[in-house]
Design a protein. Structure first.
Length: 359
């Protein structure tokens, strides 16, 4: 077991070194970060004062330009306005669509405008098909659709005028009791292309209530199958929350919601946050990543070169973080490290606070 842990630890450390070879990762050298005003040696504090700042990143359009080709969507950020571009035989990922004229900007450091350049395209972008193929959805159809994944009912349900009712009975100590579960369609609906086939799909929210459930919210993805609405995926958003807005942007479902803080009662959530979901193989997967993050010690972390690796970020203080971040009032990440020496060394996982997130 000790031998296995030593090998695994070696792989972690070797990978963190090798990932510094990519263009976007290697630009975050200590010298670059010093010029950008980012520290590197302050010990990581256990918490962030206040809350993590989440920045919807859109770079300024730089004057510097280089010819290149952006032939594929980003492999790191699952949105249809972020690209993987080839410039001078070097791959840059991510590169961002900026402005109404869809200028492509590649950048390696959100804190340093000099690290950005504009891509003068030598070939057109692979834009998804115009949303004209196929028949549009009638959103009124959602009021009488079959839905699955409603764990409050534990079976597929079909709505009647936007509502489903189920009465269950139980017998506890000879006392018979009945419970009515109600599932209803909310007023929130959004349209957009979720599967990039050129048709308008949809997203909506279902709410389940009963004497035992205060209000459980479900996010539902609806695909357009030749003009017919089909429930493709369902996921639970939470109990007693509030969904404030729903949109489909660049192939992602964006949910603006209010959730509970540590001291909030179930009735009264107070914490506003935004979640992003991608439809993948009949599953709604929450996107918990970020393009770039800043730890509580001001170390800057960028996405690693290995897209499929569990190590997602390498940081200017020499550490690495696992790919999955934990969004909350204060976002956190986890980084592997070695504890002990020689044959007694083991891998320890440390939770670190995140000061700033660029998405």
């Amino acid at each position: 077991m000790h031998t296995f842990l030593r090998i695994l630890a070696t792989l972690f450390l070797t990978a963190a070194i090798l990932w510094g070879c990519t263009p976007l990762a290697s630009t975050l050298t200590p010298a670059t970060l010093t010029s950008a005003g980012v520290g590197q040696t302050v010990p990581i504090a256990p918490t962030v004062v206040g809350q993590t700042e989440v920045i919807e990143y859109s770079p300024a359009i730089p004057t510097a330009a280089r010819p290149g080709n952006c032939a594929a969507y980003s492999q790191r950020i699952p949105r249809t306005n972020v690209w993987q571009c080839t410039v001078d035989d070097t791959i840059y990922d991510p590169c961002f669509t900026v402005g109404a004229e869809e200028v492509i900007v590649c950048t390696s450091n959100a804190l340093d405008p000099a690290a950005s350049f504009r891509v003068d395209l030598v070939a057109p972008l692979p834009v998804p098909p115009t949303v004209v193929s196929g028949q549009a959805l009638d959103l009124e159809e959602l009021k009488s659709l079959w839905y699955f994944g409603i764990d409050a009912v534990d079976e597929a349900v079909v709505l009647n005028n936007g509502e489903y009712r189920l009465t269950t009975t139980s017998n506890d100590s000879g006392i018979s009791a009945s419970t009515e579960i109600v599932v209803r369609l909310s007023e929130l609906k959004a349209e957009g292309d979720l599967d990039l086939d050129g048709d308008l799909d949809a997203a909506t929210v279902l709410i389940a209530t009963s004497s035992e459930i205060f209000a459980r919210y479900y996010l539902v993805a609806i695909l357009n199958e030749n003009g017919t609405a089909v429930n493709s995926a369902t996921t639970v958003l939470g109990d007693g929350i509030r969904v404030d807005n729903l949109a489909i942007e660049h192939g992602q479902i964006v949910v603006d919601m209010t959730t509970h803080g540590e001291q909030d009662p179930l009735c009264c959530p107070t914490v506003a946050n935004t979640r992003y979901y991608n439809l993948s193989a009949n599953q709604l997967e929450r996107y918990n990543g970020a393009w770039q993050i800043q730890l509580d010690n001001d170390a800057l972390c960028v996405m690693s070169a290995a897209v499929d690796s569990t190590i997602g970020y390498q940081c200017s203080d020499g550490s690495a973080l696992f790919a999955s971040l934990q969004p909350d009032i204060v976002w956190t990440g986890q980084r592997p490290g070695l504890v002990g020496e020689g044959s007694q060394s083991t891998i320890d996982v440390e939770t670190v606070a995140i000061k700033r997130v660029w998405r």
